[in-house]
Design a protein. Structure first.
Length: 318
């Protein structure tokens, strides 16, 4: 595909408060303010890899909304369809990080500004020159009406013949598994690339055996079924064949955002004509680099950093 790739995504963004210490949140005395949100992380990941990226959202008409807006604009993201909304506070979350790098997230997103986004706000013009649309289950989980917005996006995707990727990104603190599965069943028939964790696809499909996953891909006509499995690497089912790549060995500091980094890396590789194995390796490298830095998106790598990891090049630091 041409170098001028353009990505479209939409979703909520949050101010994330990272703990100053590891361990249970009740013992953490202070926090550092960061910017987060699955779709925004993905957009930042794509932008850092050199792709034109449009993010559609609504932000609170408050200081935190300005923080997110300025941060995303500074990453080179197209913010022309992001609006500020009064009387809807910008969403927050607080992260708990354990010593092994695992963590929990505590959300404070009641009356999120994204609730003011409506299907009629999605217009054909937003998709000019877009090569790929990326959606996630987080946006769907925030409010039941967001499914109608996603379906409007997918309707335009079909009309304009735009590729669609989807990450279920299950958030059971936001909705039940039954609600999630019901929404996904309406989204999946329009998905070309499904980027899912192994545990997520097992929850969605009830069976994560190769045979079951092959049947799942064929049932929904998913051309690329990508299975993310953390330290075990990743796999891809495409045109009747399985491909796999092992994970990179890195010192894990914080796993939050690794899946978004993987997604951005895989999409970059697909749009730039990588082979299945090379696409998995590039995505593994992108996701691995995210885990080496604390924060939702601080570790999202630039193109040269991923290429250096994949090619096993040493970056000269001084």
């Amino acid at each position: 595909m041409a170098e001028n790739t353009k990505i479209f995504t939409l979703g909520d963004a949050l101010i994330t408060f990272n703990p100053s210490e590891t361990g249970p949140l009740r013992y953490v005395p202070s926090f550092t303010r960061k910017v987060g949100g699955a779709e925004l992380n993905f957009a930042i990941g794509c932008a850092r890899l050199g792709m034109d990226t449009k993010w559609v959202s609504r932000l609170g008409g408050d200081e935190f909304g300005r923080v997110i807006y300025n941060f995303a604009r500074g990453e080179g993201i197209d913010m022309s369809d992001v609006e500020f909304v009064d009387n809807y506070p910008t969403s927050l979350n607080f992260k708990e990080i354990r010593q092994d790098g695992s963590g929990k997230t505590f959300y404070y997103r009641y009356q999120s500004p994204i609730l003011t986004l409506a299907p009629e706000d999605i217009t054909d013009k937003m998709f000019d020159e877009v090569n790929l649309i990326h959606l996630t289950g987080v946006f769907l989980a925030i409010d039941p009406k967001n499914l109608a917005i996603a379906k409007k996006v997918l309707e335009i995707a079909r009309k304009k013949d735009i590729m669609v990727s989807f990450d279920p990104n299950i958030r059971l603190k936001l909705w039940t598994l039954e609600q999630a599965k019901a929404a996904y069943m309406e989204i999946l028939p329009s998905v070309n690339i499904l980027l899912t964790g192994l545990d997520e696809i097992e929850q969605i499909n009830g069976d994560a055996s190769d045979q079951a996953l092959e049947g799942f891909a064929e049932r929904f006509n998913i051309s690329q079924l990508v299975i993310k499995d953390g330290g075990n690497g990743s796999r891809l089912y495409q045109q009747g064949t399985w491909y796999s790549k092992s994970a990179f060995n890195v010192k894990v500091i914080d796993t939050v955002g690794a899946g978004d980094g993987f997604d951005a890396g895989f999409i970059y590789a697909v749009l730039h004509g990588y082979s299945p194995e090379d696409a998995l390796e590039f995505a593994n490298g992108s996701g691995a680099l995210v885990t080496t830095v604390s924060g939702d998106n601080e570790g999202l790598p630039y193109l040269q950093e991923v290429l250096a990891m994949v090619r096993k090049e040493k970056i000269i630091e001084r």
